[in-house]
Design a protein around this ligand. Sequence first.
Ligand code: ZN
Length: 431
Amino acid sequence: MDLRPDPEKIGGDIYSLATEIYPICRSITGDGVRATLRHLAQHIKLDVHEVATGTPAFDWTVPREWNIRDAYIKDSAGNKIVDFAQSNLHVVSYSVPVRTRLSLSELKKHLHSLPLQPDLIPYRTSYYAENWGFCVPHRLLESLKDDTYEVVIDSTLKDGFLTYGEFLHRGDTDDEVLLSAHICHPSLANDNCSGLALLTYLAKAIAQQKTRYSYRFLFAPGSIGALTWLSQNEDKAARIKHGIIVSGVGDGGGPTYKKSRRGNAEIDMAMARVLKNFGQQASVIDFSPYGYDERQYCSPGFNLPIGLFQRSKWGTFPEYHTSADNLDFIKPKYLGESYEIISEALGVIENNLKYENTSPKGEPHLGKRGLYGSLGGDKDGAARIMTMLWVLNLSDREHSLLDIAERAGLTLADVSSAAALLEKHGLLKKA
Ligand code: ZN
């Protein structure tokens, strides 16, 4: 597999797609998800699944479908002071329909703002408790006068479907790599137009490649989408050998990789390796049972080797879940870098083979095969021999090339080329 992109070009392509889907009002169900999937489907052959309201998903149930056409608050003079058409963040996601007149004090019970970030609109949801509300800049809330306000939320909450998109690229084996991005947030650029757009372009590139693994891409609402997929595909879950949840990959922070619950999965090692080359600002953090869909995939009944990749860790940056997470907050450069990091880690996984030493009793005679440098004191030569000895010693069908690189403190590239050379000379065979 060779995904080496032109970082400038790929970053720009991902940014354009993120820009296209940014205005759409998404939630955990509804037409916003369908509209977003239609944009992604212009690049990849997506299977769109519709799962009916009421379908059980382990301890959960697929909720009613939510759609919204319009919403506003008008003062008594008829001025629209809050308008859903201006920003879909203004309405609490899953707000039930409302058409009423309220005093300021009654209205305030349904207004959400951020006193410490008074110019920003917060992002709020109420999926599992029937409620309604508006999100507004704190400055606007403070400026509201005693008045009678007309409140309209033209939404529907009815039996319908939960929608998700899936793309499968078949490799040489049925063993799968799962790559998943949540599709449930409305106009938030980093969280997660960035992840949806990045994975679409990655899927498009992988579709052109011959790969060892099969690659499954999921574009599903957070939590309930992963739970629904897992409950409908328990048989397929066992095929997943590696996975990454991708969210918030367009800001300049991090990069951050959160390990799978296992903590020592191949994907954990691969991501740690790639991020090590990225420099000091990169961090690898341990698993915790909160965050994104790794919570479901790493639940004890599945314990899949799936981690989370982000730039800044969620919740740690001031733009998080506010109207400041807009198209200025994400940059083509960072999207391109994130794409490269993920592709590099997948490259590591693809090439992380296990070998068997065909001459395991004693050291094989490297000299008679011309593999032992004839010049004494040749430092590079000595390092090459050391690499070959490590590969020969640990190639016992159990250790992968990545294990060998870790244990011997070598680069994967050096270990891979030593293995290729030894295989050419008949001293190794693929396990
Ligand atoms: Zn979020």
